[in-house]
Ligand binder design. Structure first.
Ligand SMILES: Cc1cc2nc3c(=O)[nH]c(=O)nc-3n(C[C@H](O)[C@H](O)[C@H](O)COP(=O)(O)OP(=O)(O)OC[C@H]3O[C@@H](n4cnc5c(N)ncnc54)[C@H](O)[C@@H]3O)c2cc1C
Length: 429
């Protein structure tokens, strides 16, 4: 039985990043991807934060097909028939490579081609069905009739990770801990995008929405500008969606979202070029699986490394960083000639020193905090309503603005004890 150094299940960003770093050390690596090509089954909203990973990626992303540098941030609260938005831009975002929009079908494929040039076997259209065991140690994978033996299996198989589950490292899915995302890529000319989003060539905008976009359910909407397309989508908590009465389909939410005045004008004249749907881990730190076992390491979404911070979703830089740190751990294990749990524990120790587990830990209470319908219905309705009342000038005399505002806030419940308590708990997030 010939063993290679590592077999990686899943050719997403975490699996490919792991393979890249192993290939740099001339390790024998095989990546098995069930999609037609890496990127074909991968979905993101699409913004990749580069700052957190800049010190560890080396030359891996040199020449990467980034779409636009995000220099404009917009957040919108969507009421039933009105909205309020914050529009932010800053020189710091223009002068650094803070974050870029990407399209995974191009990005992951590009990275896999770079890997193939480095001698890595990337095998598409193959689904790994099972793990191979020798006693209590994982020694490879089975894909159809094929068996691949390796010193370490890297489970980079995404959010539902059957590999981590089969290895006994991950609990079965609970609807509360997951959301479903659907996304459309809509083609628009570069000039239209620049004009409509008020950005220069190669500059982009990230726009997030909460409120009516999910009809008050946990979740939100997103719009990212690419070079000649925009990525428009919604994310909804699976528990909230299944409990909603009367029931509502996600595609109906998407249609309503696109019909809104705020969105319709931005995508007017565009044509749909891609449609996708995917699950997102939402449990944050509390949903992380056991990260390693004898002969196995779990990375990226498979491990639960995704963070919904309310104002942004982060998962891709966690996937890349965990893939790279997994590779470093395999390299150490090879030096020690020991692939047991004891040696592979260095993976978790290293993750704890980096933003991956630090940020996830810091934000460990966010998912509990966001498990509150007020953020998706009460506030997104109340603030636009308040602005509407302030800005409406009718036949009635207006009165003093301060007193008016105070009375309206009291009447809407914004100054109630319940709301102040919510504000107070925000400090723990
Ligand atoms: C709608 C949406 C919006 C998002 N927005 C953002 C965002 O703006 N910014 C951000 O940073 N993150 C975002 N995320 C999260 C981010 O996309 C993920 O965290 C990231 O893709 C995880 O990468 P990964 O490599 O771990 O997993 P994936 O990219 O899911 O890769 C897993 C791979 O494993 C393959 N696979 C699975 N099972 C098998 C098997 N048995 N055999 C072989 N291959 C297998 C799959 O085909 C897939 O290619 C978003 C996610 C969604 C769904």
């Amino acid at each position: 039985m010939d063993k290679i150094d590592a077999v990686i299940v899943g050719g997403g960003l975490s699996g490919l990043s792991c393979a890249y770093k192993l290939a740099e050390k001339d390790m024998q690596v095989i990546v098995v991807e069930r999609g037609d090509f890496p990127g074909s089954k991968n979905v993101t909203g699409g913004r990749l934060y580069l700052e957190p990973i800049k010190s560890i990626v080396g030359d891996m992303l040199d020449g990467a097909p980034f779409e636009r540098k995000v220099v404009r941030e917009r957040w919108s609260l969507l009421g039933d028939d009105n909205s309020i938005s914050i529009d932010f831009t800053g020189e710091k975002f223009k002068q650094t490579n803070h974050s870029y929009t990407i399209l995974r079908a191009y990005f992951d494929r590009w990275l896999s081609e770079k890997l193939i040039e480095k001698g890595v076997y990337v095998i598409p259209k193959y689904r790994v069905d099972d793990l191979l065991w020798e006693g209590d140690t994982i020694v490879g994978v089975r894909a159809g009739e094929e068996e691949i033996y390796a010193n370490v299996v890297i489970a980079s198989d995404g959010v539902l990770s059957f590999m981590a589950e089969k290895a006994g490292l991950k609990q079965k899915m609970k609807p509360k801990n997951y959301a479903v995302g659907i996304k459309e890529v809509i083609e628009l000319s570069e000039e239209k995008i620049n004009d409509r989003f008020n950005v220069d060539v190669n500059e982009g905008c990230a726009h997030l929405f909460i409120g009516d976009v999910t009809k008050g359910m946990f979740g939100g909407g997103f719009l990212y500008t690419n070079k000649e397309t925009v990525s428009l989508g919604i994310v909804v908590g699976i528990k909230a969606l299944t409990e909603k009465t009367p029931t509502i389909e996600t595609h109906a939410l998407m249609d309503d979202f696109k019909d809104r005045y705020e969105i319709g004008r931005l995508i007017d004249g565009g044509s749909l070029v891609e449609y996708s749907a995917h699950i997102i881990p939402e449990a944050g730190y509390n949903g992380i699986s056991k990260l390693y076992g004898n002969g196995i390491i779990v990375t990226g979404d498979a491990a639960g490394f995704a963070l919904n911070m309310g104002v942004t979703v982060r998962g891709m830089e966690f996937a890349i960083a965990s893939g790279i740190i997994a590779a470093e751990s395999v390299i150490k294990a090879k030096e020690a000639e020991d692939y047991s749990e004891k040696t592979l524990a260095c993976y978790e120790s290293k993750l704890r020193e980096t933003f991956v587990l630090k940020d996830l830990y810091t934000c460990k209470d966010i998912s509990a905090f966001l498990d509150n319908d007020s953020f998706f219905s009460f506030y997104p309705n109340s603030f636009p309503d308040l602005v509407e009342k302030i800005m409406w000038f009718g036949e009635e005399p207006k009165g003093r603005i301060g007193k008016y505002l105070w009375n309206e806030m009291k009447a809407s419940g914004l100054l109630s004890f319940k709301r102040l308590k919510e504000l107070y708990t925000f400090k723990n997030v």
